[in-house]
Design a protein around this ligand. Structure first.
Ligand code: SF4
Length: 221
């Protein structure tokens, strides 16, 4: 007998997968860079109506990334360092993966790199890496590092995109995005965040992929 479906996965494995992907705590005025580079409407919904990822494929994808990070990043002397930067009442927090060969590396384990071979890493991943480097420099760390490398390893190939790390606007951009979410949360209305493209990358948007896709009027797909 051949069977297919995620419901065939034994309960202990499912419980483990769910427990490893616990919800990120909501701390007022404090934002993770990885959330602020992505869809700001999603961050607004997460902080207002809550919710958690319950789809098994999404949970498995997240776990795959977590496990690869845990195995690979400790191979490097400088790895997984977190920085907080505060401006006014907003704090941003972010953690780079590792430093190697004069570059700050961010490791991604997507299901496929089929489209990335043409499009590259995309603005979210690149801005994420640039922000981590800007945070390190702000704290007087990694001053000899000036390149960002996004390494994507998938079953169908490997793609690496390298960009210059110095971006004098990246901190301002990230704080402007976080402030827009913060102001909209304060007035309980999605308004300011719509000045930014929502979302900038359509692959993360829509009923099929986004937890809020069914109810969200801003979805692209
Ligand atoms: S459906 Fe699209 S626009 Fe709406 S929250 Fe999700 S990613 Fe953002």
């Amino acid at each position: 007998m051949i069977e297919t479906g995620y419901d065939l996965i034994p309960k202990p494995i499912l419980e483990y997968v769910k427990n490893r992907n616990k919800k990120r705590p909501i701390i007022p005025h404090k934002y993770h860079v990885s959330s602020i580079v992505g869809c700001l409407v999603k961050e607004y919904y997460r902080r207002t109506i809550g919710g958690e990822i319950i789809a098994i494929p999404a949970l498995l994808n997240m776990l795959r990334g977590t496990l690869f990070d845990e195995v690979f990043t400790p191979l490097f002397e400088k790895n997984q360092k977190r920085y907080d930067v505060t401006r006014g009442k907003i704090t941003l927090t972010g953690q780079y993966d590792f430093v190697w060969d004069g570059s700050l590396w961010d490791l991604k384990i997507p299901k496929s790199v089929f489209f990335r071979k043409e499009s590259g890493a995309g603005p979210h991943y690149i801005n994420q890496g640039k922000t981590y480097l800007a945070f390190a420099h702000y704290h007087g760390d990694l001053l000899d590092v000036n390149k960002i490398r996004i390494l994507m390893i998938a079953g169908d190939g490997v793609v690496r995109e390298t960009v210059e790390g110095d971006d004098e606007n990246i901190m301002n951009t990230m704080f402007a995005r976080a402030s827009a979410v913060d102001e909209d949360l304060a007035r309980k209305k999605i308004k300011n965040i719509l000045q930014f493209s929502v979302p900038e990358e359509s692959w993360e948007c829509g009923s099929q992929i986004c937890f809020y896709g069914e109810m969200c009027p801003y979805k692209k797909n």
